[in-house]
Every structure is written in C-alpha cells, then in structure tokens.
Design a protein around this ligand. Sequence first.
Ligand code: BGC
Length: 750
Amino acid sequence: MKITSIKYSNLLIGMAFVFAAYGKQPDGSIDQKVDQLLSQMTWEEKIGQLNQIASYGLNDDIAARIKNGAIGSILNEVDPKTINALQEIAVKDSRLSIPLIFARDVIHGFKTIFPVPLGQASSWNPLVVENGARVAAVEAASVGIRWTFAPMLDISRDHRWGRIVESLGEDPVLASRLGVAMVKGFQGDDLSQPTSVAACAKHYAGYGAAESGRDYNTAIISGEQLRNVYLPPFKAAVDAGCASVMVSFNEINGVPSSGNEYLVKQILRDEWRYDDIVVSDWHSIGELVPHGFARDLKHAAEIGINTTIDVDMENHAYLPFAAELLKEGKIKEAVINQAVRRVLKLKYELGLFDRPYIKTGNNVMYADAHLQKAKEAAVESAVLLKNENNLLPLSQKIRSIAVIGPMADAPHDQMGTWVFDGDKTHTVTPLAALFAEYGDKLKINYAQGLTFSRDMNRSKFSQAVEAARASDVILFFGGEEAILSGEAHCRADIGLPGAQRELLAELAQTGKPIVLVVMAGRAIEIYRELPWVKSYLFTFHPGTMGGAALTDLLFGKAVPSGKLPVTYPKMVGQSPIYYNHKNSGRPAGDDLQTIENIPLEAGQVSLGNTNYYLDAGQSPLFPFGFGLSYTTFEYSDLKLSTTTLDKSGKIEISCTVKNTGMRAGAEIVQLYVCDRVGTITRPVKELKDFDKIVLQPGEAKTVSFTLAADDLKFWNNHDEELLEEGDYSVWIAPNSTEGLESSFTYLHGK
Ligand code: BGC
C-alpha cells in the first residue's frame, strides 16, 4: 500500500512539472473547471451554451454565431471535415474556446444498422442491446458525433402509434433492463473515451400513452400508472448514469412535458437527484404555444427555463428572450448558471476540451465485427410465432423455394425507421443471402409479386403464382416499408398494406406450404391470413444483416429464441393492449358468447356481461413474452425457499427447465408476480425478472430468481410508495399466459 502511494505522489509531482512546462494550470476536478469557466462567461455566452441548432453546414452566419459563443451544440452534422471546421471556429475563434458538441439521432446503428429497437427488445438479451449501442457509438464517434438521442424508453402499448418501433416494448422491467444496457453501450465505461457517446433517455414522459395511438396526442395517465409503468425505465437510466434526458412532446393530464414541473423538477431533479442535462425535444418548448400552455415564444422560454430544461433544441426561444426575462425577474440567473454548468460538465466529461477534433479517415464503418454483431442481433430479434408440423427449419429434402413478396429484396426498407446514415448498398437482403448461401444447392424461383409494401398492382401476381407452383415451399417476405412506422407515422389500420393479403390468398390456393416472414415496425394484424400459412416468423425491421440472419434461421443454422416484448393484438380495435392490465370487476372467462353465436333478438342478459369484445374475444393473438423455438422446453419442479416473506427477507424461486427437443436452443424464462389485493387495484401479472438460458438437447437447468420485499413495492395515486401485506401469486413461465404457479404471503415482520 505504502509503495503505491509513494509512486502515486511521485506521479503527481511529475505531472505538475509537465503542466508547468506547458504553462498550464494543474487540473482541478471537473466541477472546479466548470465553475472557473462559468465565472468568466458573459450572459450571452451562457445562453449560447444552452442553444442547440440543427446543422446547415458551414457558412458565414454559422461561423459568426459560433465565434460569438451563441451556439453550444449542433445537431445533425455528420461530415467529419465540416465538424472539425466548425469545431475549429469554436476552439480558436470564440473568446473562451469552448468546444461544441455534435449530436445525432443514432437510434439503432449509425452505418451498420441493427434491428429496430423493438426488434432488439425481442431478444430479451441486454448484451445484444449493449453490443448494438457500442457498435453504433464506435461508428458515430468516428465522425465526431458524441451525443445521441437514445435510448427511447417510452412504454408502448399501442401498435397504431408509429413510434412503438423505437421503444423497448410494453413492460417496465424489460425496458429498464434493456435501456440500461443501451446506455452502457453508448457511453462505455468512461465518457472521455473517444468512442463514447453521451446517451439520452427519452421521451420523458408518457409519450407512448398518446390517445388513440396518434403521435403527439394528449396522454391521460393516472399517478399510479405514471409511477408504476411509465417512469421506471427513466429512473433506471438515470441511476445508470445516463448523460441526458429529453422531455417529450405530449401533455400528461393537461401539462405538456416541456413545462411540467412535477415531472422535471419534483421527480427528476428533486426525488431522483438528477443533475445532468435535460434537453427539450425538437421545438417542444415552442410548441407550448399551440398546446395552449404559453402565450407566445417568450412565455414558452420562461416556462422551459423555469422547468429546468437546460438545452433548447431548435426552439430558438432561449437566445432571443432569456435576457429580457432576466431583466423582468421572470427567470433567475442561478437557474441559467446551473444549466450552463451541466452543459460544460458534459463537454469536460467527453474530453472535448482536450480533444476537440476528430481524426478523419479512420474508417470503422461496416467493420466485419460490426456486421457480425448486427447479424447476431437480427437472429436473436426474430420471433417465431407459428410453426405447424415443424415446417421450419426447412428440410434438407427441399429442392426448390419460391421467394416472393415486397420485402424479399428491399435493402432500404429492411433497415427500418430512424436511419439517416445507413447505406442500403450494404444491406444483405433475404434474396441476396439465399442466393449466396443456397444458390448452387437449391432452385430459387424469385418473383416479387408486389414491388413495395403498399403496392396495389396485381399485374405480377401470376408470375408469383407460377414461381410458387414450381417450388416445394413458398417463402413470402411481407410487412411494411420503413416509412410506415416511426415518428408521425401512425396507422389506424395495422394490417398488411397494399395487395399483400390478396397475393397471399392466391399463393395459398396453390396448396404449397407458406412460410410468412414479416418485417415491420409494429405488430401487423394478421389473424385472417394466419390460417393460410404454416409458419410465421416475425422479424421487425432486422437491419443491415437481416437477410443473412433470416437465411440462417430458415434453414436451421440458427434457432429462433426471440419472444414478444409487446402483446400482439388480434385486431387493431383491441388497442391499447398489454398483459399487465387490471382484472376489472367482470373478467372474461372461457365461455365467451361471440358475434356469430348471438341469437336473433337476444335478450340483453344472454351476452355474458364480461370484459371482452364480441368479435375479438378477450385475448391477443399472441401474448407478451411468447415465442417458439425449433426445440421444446419443459418447466417443472417450481420451488419457493419460503412461503412467507418479510421486510428484510428474500425468496428464492426456482424451477427446472429442460430442453425436450432434438436441437440446442435458448429459452427466455420469465418471473411474474400478482399482488392479489391492494389498496389500489394491482395488475393481473407483472414481470419481475427474466433470464435467457441455452440448453443442449436433453439438458436441464435450474433457473432461480430472488424476490425481495422491495420488488413488491408500488405507487398509489397520491405519490406514495407502498409495500402491502397480503397474498401474492408467482409464476415462472415461458410467457405471460402460461407457466408454473405458486404463492407466498408478505408480512412486514419486525
Ligand atoms: C424526436 C426526437 C429526436 C429529435 C431530434 C424529434 O422530432 O421526437 O426523438 O431525438 O427530433 O431529431
């Protein structure tokens, strides 16, 4: 110990000499440096740091604004030469040489595109998500991007909402776990590493609860739902050190997030002690005016600043009005100082003061290792939802395949939404991968049938039918184009667009077995087409390596292991739909009277009077957590270490999971709990934990989870967190509707 400390102090002395030699002060802590810099800044320079603008390249106007210290960060510039040129003006020509941060929405990859986030969530594998973010960070940082606006942590329960695709699903525990993994992947171990990118937990909060699944729409969320469902992923990201948080566009219960002091000041800042950057969404402060929450842009700026939204993204509100607002006493200098501190702190943490420039020409894009990770992610993101007679994996006996459908060779669309930088010429489509892998072994009859997902033109149907007739099996690649999901791309009809249904119907007439592969940004309403197909593989938009991954899955070189991170509705009219709903006073049983069976002029009482739809019943098409494999798993021997839990205790809950099939495979084992009686009603089930295990044929493993009293806590509608005595059901399960069930009692104890 002693020796180490001597060495360390020698090192410090040595460093002091080095600094002295270069005429620099020995560095203090980041906080000290920030305070020192802040003390030298003019009011205009301070507000400038809070100003984030979209890039328009380099021109005289931008150069002058940077020189005057009127810009703190720039969004959407990705050309490294322009980035360096802009940075040089900030560093060399501005009075205090404060570097800029360059930001970009790097959502599921920069150049190498990974499956869309909802797809990655189907892997239930934090490592897949972390790897995806790491690759994205390495590529984005190589051009100078050091701040991304991800992970998107909006709990999403409605497939009409276009942004469900960007989410990590409907469950707070799953989204928290994967969100933290994404933060870790982007930020690495240390933000100052040149490949680290600051993450941003967005959109705080409740954006996924947009009424009717229509983007930007009003959200009405009770206090308990907000705290129990929508906020946990943000809390997890904050606890994991996420460098920034973005407020959402929507209002909750009448208060837009950009002016929501309860959300930002009370919960985020005071309760969670979050002292890093809060950024507005694009013009979300300006939108307080159309929301009817601010009179004009100046009033909006006042609200935004007082809500402690530090960075003004494209509102153009702080810069013109902050000085007047200060003079009028409507905002306080201390609030601005704190906001500037947060921005400067991030710049120091990212090492931008020491290394403001990016080395150009070091090309890491589409590195083999990145493509490999993207392929692994696409394999783990695919969810097998139907597989009659084990049609998949395709048998060795198959001699010919028909490759049909608008997504079979759609290099742009298979990348999905929020792709600004991915280049479609690098995309491996299913068609390309099938030819590359099997072109010399099988007869591949390719006939697209429809040229894009919305195509209504049936003129190529006959070629597709001919190809089908000439083949042993039909691989139909359908779904929706990338542009049909994502921000502002909501759909009221979530069925297969264009004439895909009609094409499938004609193909079904041939009697050839059909494998339906759907690439989409949301669950596609498919219950009417499902009987026509033997296998249904749902892949979301699988990204650059989607085709290679799918080929491996179809032919059994890889085994599907994804499970749904969202409930898959039968009909769109069931939306919003989610597994952790409340029971209601009249839960539906199995004896449903359906629309076909209602007798003419039936009396009111004959209709069951329970909580279901006459035409869709009560269950989804596929439940949350569901997904098939090429092998089968058997759950047995559920054990609880105790059946009574107290405040300081823990319960070990375990069971045996056995691979009862002929192939190795991975299984996502899920732990659910139901608090049977509460002072507010509790969900029918809540996911508490999960584990993904790999089992060889015949192999069995004990999977065990630990539950502590804290895991049973929940919030009521009065901002109180409760832990209530009573009986709890518990399941270890392959999905949210099956599994082995037991129970325990919680008593506070001593
Ligand atoms: C989106 C954000 C995004 C921002 C910047 C907004 O329209 O809601 O998710 O980060 O634009 O591009």
